[in-house]
Design a protein around this ligand. Structure first.
Ligand code: ADP
Ligand code: MG
Length: 323
C-alpha cells in the first residue's frame, strides 16, 4: 500500500467532519477505545451491520453512494428502537488502497453521518475482499425503547412511507435497465441513500406498541413483530403505499411484489393504539395505516373483499434456499 494504514485513517476518517467529536463522545478516534458518555438515565442502543461486495451491493459500487448506504442501513436500526443518534464505528476491509475511491467513499459516509447526527468514533482498517461493518450507538431513556414485542390486538399497523422503491430499483442498480432521470434518480436514491427515520422513531416513543425497520420485506419483517408480540398482523394490500416512480418503472404488480417481499426499504413499520394517531400527526408525522393487529399468529394479506391473498414468498434470508 503506497498510503500507509495510519495515514489512510488520518486522512479519510479521523479528519472527516463527522469525526470531530461532540456531545456524548468523551474520546473519539486515536486511542485504543473511544469513550462514550450517554446522558444519565439513558440506555445505550447498539447495532452492527455488515455489507459484503456481491452480496449486499453489486461489484464495483460507486464509492460515494456506498459510503452513504453503509451507514444508513446500520443507522436505521437505531431509529427503529426510538434511539437518538450518538456515534458509530467503521470496520473497513479493502482489496487495495485507491485514494480517489477512498475520498469519495469518505465523502458519502460523512454526508450521511452529518444528516443523521452520528459521530465517527473509531474503526478498523484491513486488507481483503471489499466489505464494511458499521456499528452504531444511540441513546434512549430507560424503558422507552421501541421493541418488536408489545403489539396488542386492536392496534393499527403503520409504515413510515412508500415501500418497494429500493428493491424495484435493483435492475437500475445492476445496470440491467435504464430509465429517464425523473424515474431513475428517486429510485436509485432510495437504494443507495435511504434516510433513517430518526425523527419518526423519536416521535413514536411512548406511543408505538412495537416497531422495527423494514430491511427484508414488509411481510417478512411484520412476521418478527407478530412472533415477538404473540399476535397476528392483517395487512390490506390496497393500503400499502407505492411511489409513482416505482409504479411507472416496474408496473403495478411488480411494484406491489417489491413492496411486500423486496427488502432494503429501511422505513419503519410499527403498531400504534388508534387513540395515539392524532398525537403522532400533531408531532408532524403522517404514517400510512396499512392494517391492524388481531389475535392469533402470523401475517395475513387481504384484498378489498377481505379474502386472504397472502403470498408464499415472504422475503430474503441468508442461508435459506429460496423457493
Ligand atoms: P488498534 O491496533 O489499537 O486496534 P488501530 O491501529 O486499528 O487500533 O486504529 C487506530 C485508531 O484509528 C483507533 O482509534 C481506531 O478506532 C481508529 N480507526 C481505525 N480504522 C478506522 C476507520 N476505518 N475509521 C475510523 N477510525 C478508524
Ligand atoms: Mg490498540
Amino acid at each position: 500500500m503506497a498510503l500507509g494504514e495510519f495515514e489512510l485513517i488520518r486522512r479519510f476518517f479521523a479528519a472527516a467532519a463527522c469525526a470531530r467529536g461532540g456531545e456524548g463522545v468523551a474520546l473519539g478516534i486515536g486511542d485504543d477505545c473511544a469513550l462514550l458518555a450517554p446522558p444519565p438515565g439513558e440506555q445505550l442502543a447498539v447495532s452492527t451491520d455488515t455489507l459484503v461486495e456481491g452480496v449486499h451491493f453489486p461489484h464495483d459500487p460507486p464509492p460515494l453512494a456506498l459510503g452513504q448506504r453503509a451507514l444508513a442501513v446500520a443507522a436505521s436500526d437505531l431509529a427503529a428502537m426510538g434511539a437518538a443518534p450518538l456515534g458509530f464505528t467503521l470496520a473497513l476491509t479493502l482489496p487495495q488502497v485507491d485514494a480517489s475511491w477512498l475520498q469519495a467513499f469518505a465523502e458519502g459516509l460523512d454526508a450521511m453521518a452529518l444528516a443523521c447526527g452520528l459521530q465517527l468514533v473509531g474503526g478498523d482498517t484491513t486488507r481483503g475482499p471489499l466489505s464494511l461493518t458499521v456499528t452504531v450507538f444511540g441513546t434512549v431513556p430507560a424503558g422507552l425503547a421501541l421493541t418488536r414485542a408489545g403489539a396488542r390486538p386492536g392496534d393499527l399497523l403503520c409504515v413510515g412511507g412508500t415501500l418497494g422503491d429500493a428493491a424495484g430499483a435493483l435492475p437500475l442498480v445492476l445496470g440491467q435497465r435504464s430509465a429517464p432521470a425523473a424515474l431513475s434518480e428517486p429510485l436509485l436514491a432510495r437504494y443507495w441513500a435511504p434516510q433513517p427515520q430518526f425523527s419518526l422513531g423519536l416521535a413514536l416513543r411512548g406511543l408505538a406498541s412495537a416497531a422495527l425497520d423494514i430491511s427484508d420485506g414488509l411481510l417478512a419483517d411484520c412476521g418478527h413483530i407478530s412472533a415477538a408480540s404473540g399476535v397476528a398482523l392483517q395487512i390490506e394490500q390496497s393500503r400499502v403505499p407505492l411511489s409513482d416512480a416505482l409504479q411507472a418503472f416496474a408496473g403495478a404488480p411488480a411494484a406491489m411484489q417489491a413492496a411486500l417481499a423486496g427488502g432494503d426499504d429501511y422505513r419503519l413499520a410499527f403498531t400504534l393504539p388508534a387513540m395515539y394517531l392524532p398525537r403522532l400527526r400533531q408531532l408532524g408525522h403522517e404514517p400510512s395505516v396499512i392494517g391492524k393487529v388481531v389475535a392469533g399468529s402470523g401475517v395475513y394479506l387481504i384484498d378489498d373483499a377481505g379474502r386472504d391473498i397472502t403470498p408464499r414468498q415472504r422475503g430474503y434470508q441468508h442461508f435459506q434456499e429460496q423457493p
